[in-house]
Ligand binder design. Structure first.
Ligand code: GAR
Length: 235
């Protein structure tokens, strides 16, 4: 059995990215398992998703951010969480929290960073009449939406797009890009030996293997551990 990295997802809302990560993480070869979901919003729909999939979840209010971070760190330690994904989590984590957890935190943002950091990304894209927007998965630093970029996906903006239609298109791209980025992150961690991750089965790969995730073909070969062709998105 592949040793999956114990992972927590921080959310604040709907949790559609959480849902797509949970789905993909159920595949044998996916590098992480979601062992905990933490929300800073009591009524976040994402908590219902965690409940449905029997994933332990917690709500900690972030009105007092210091308290939120302390409570979260205790829970992360308790559950031996080694990796953290922010998925629609609308708070900026402090330098102290990031250092305490050990920098293994990634986030998804609905724009092609470094363009449109912060909120209201779709409105700003439409106002500027951009031809493209998209999403970015990046490492988290205390500086808003500024950490090293892991993966981006471009989405074309049409003349008829509204804030809602653009949001929908980009969200669809996010559901695929986030899981691809998680795989890319662990490929990097493996090569840099940043964290212990027993994925020795891959060390023996000498030729092209094909596996199927929910009916989608994935190819990976020597020198390109995980070159995903397609992976499952969301609902
Ligand atoms: C997503 O579009 C995500 O990129 C964005 O919030 C949405 C959450 O959707 N995150 C940010 O804007 C963070 N700066 P979800 O709850 O359905 O995954």
């Amino acid at each position: 059995m592949v040793n999956k990295v114990k992972t927590c997802v921080f959310i604040s809302g709907k949790g559609s990215n959480l849902f797509s990560i949970i789905k993909n993480s159920r595949n044998y070869y996916f590098p992480i398992k979601i062992n905990l979901v933490i929300s800073n919003k009591k009524n976040a729909d994402g908590l219902k998703i965690a409940k449905k999939y029997s994933i332990p979840f917690k709500f900690f209010s972030s009105i007092n951010q210091d308290k939120f971070e302390k409570q979260s760190l205790i829970e992360l330690k308790k559950k031996k969480i080694k990796f953290l994904c922010l998925a629609g989590f609308m708070k900026i984590l402090s330098k102290n929290f990031i250092e305490n957890f050990g920098h293994k935190i990634i986030n998804i943002h609905p724009s092609l960073l470094p363009r449109y950091k912060g909120s209201n990304t779709h409105q700003r894209v439409l106002k500027n009449k951009d031809k493209y927007s998209g999403c970015t998965v990046h490492f988290v630093t205390p500086k808003l939406d500024s950490g090293k970029i892991i993966l981006q996906k471009k989405v074309s903006v049409s003349k008829n797009d509204t804030k809602e239609s653009l949001k929908k298109k980009i969200l669809k791209a996010e559901h695929i890009t986030y899981s691809k980025a998680i795989i890319a992150t662990f490929k990097q961690f493996l090569f840099e030996k940043k964290i212990y991750f027993n994925f020795s089965v891959f060390n023996t790969i000498r030729t092209v293997y094909r596996i199927f995730i929910y009916g989608q073909t994935i190819h990976f070969s020597k020198g390109s551990f995980f070159s995903f062709q397609r992976i499952r998105g969301s609902h």
